[in-house]
Design a protein around this ligand. Structure first.
Ligand SMILES: Nc1ncnc2c1ncn2[C@@H]1O[C@H](COP(=O)(O)OP(=O)(O)OP(=O)(O)O)[C@@H](O)[C@H]1O
Length: 254
């Protein structure tokens, strides 16, 4: 169980996250939604301890993240919001680094690495430097790195970003299978269809505030006859500004 209590993060005068409270139970796929700048990555970076909260606490299976950082981090793997990291390494060298960080032996990771490379069509390119990869190939390498040590909790910041439809489909199935084993998957997305397909629970953030947490079904039930897109835009967005669109693009020709 992950318990986030009154989590606040300020950058100078800017409050990126304001007193966030969330409980995330094992066996769930938990989705984080919100417009650009809403606080999704800030939440995730706090959870994986890349940044420290201004105030508030995070506990994982009863362990306080601030007090037992390494023990908590060993339970979590992470896909960052950009795949442009360790570009001078080959994917294979990057995966070796991840395996070493999680204290996994070559024997422990070999089979899973082979399987993940095959699934994501990365075997052919694994020895090439990641600087030479396309955006989607870098994303695949980072996703494989996160899935390789197979800890209980996967935290994935916009993991489908740049993946081709095949890789996105396969990753979604891996996320479902991980949760079905009683493990936890937390991910952020801008794709409402993906959220609807995958999430057991979701949280919607707006300007650092939690404005909804619960199931997709409960949210849809609160707003009969509306799509998730319409509900989400009404909650998280602003009124659609047709006049401004017309002003930018001009009136259509007769
Ligand atoms: N290092 C930083 N320094 C200053 N402000 C920051 C920093 N990182 C994030 N912020 C601010 O915190 C707020 C939340 O940013 P965050 O990256 O969490 O949003 P997000 O929901 O992940 O957005 P996106 O969908 O664009 O990735 C934004 O206003 C952003 O400008």
């Amino acid at each position: 169980m992950i318990e986030i209590h009154d989590l606040t993060k300020r950058y100078g005068d800017k409050t990126a996250l304001n007193q966030l409270n969330l409980n995330i139970a094992p066996g769930q796929i938990f989705g984080l939604l919100g417009h650009n700048g809403a606080g999704k990555s800030t939440t995730i970076k706090n959870l994986v301890s890349i940044i420290q909260p201004t105030s508030g606490t995070i506990t994982v299976d009863g362990l306080d993240l601030a007090q037992q950082r390494l023990a908590v981090k060993a339970k979590i793997s992470y896909v960052p919001d950009t795949p442009d990291i360790f570009l001078q390494l080959s994917a294979m060298e990057y995966w070796d680094l991840i395996a070493a960080a999680y204290q996994k032996s070559e024997a422990e990771v070999q089979q899973r690495r082979q399987q993940l490379m095959a699934l994501f069509d990365m075997a052919e390119h694994a020895e090439e430097p990641m600087a030479s990869y396309s955006h989607g190939m870098r994303q695949k390498a980072i996703v494989i790195g996160a899935l390789l040590p197979d800890p209980d909790i996967w935290i994935l910041d916009e993991p489908m970003q740049g993946l081709d439809p095949q890789a996105a489909f396969d990753l979604k199935n891996l996320m479902k299978a991980h949760a079905a084993k009683g493990k936890t998957v937390i991910f952020s997305t801008h794709n409402l269809d993906t959220a609807q397909q995958l999430c057991d629970q979701l949280a919607i953030l707006k300007q650092g505030q939690l404005i909804y947490t619960g199931t997709v079904e409960a949210l849809l039930a609160q707003h009969p006859q509306q799509s998730l897109e319409t509900i989400y835009l009404e909650m998280a967005g602003r009124p659609t500004n047709g006049a401004l669109v017309d002003a930018i693009e001009g009136e259509p020709d007769e």
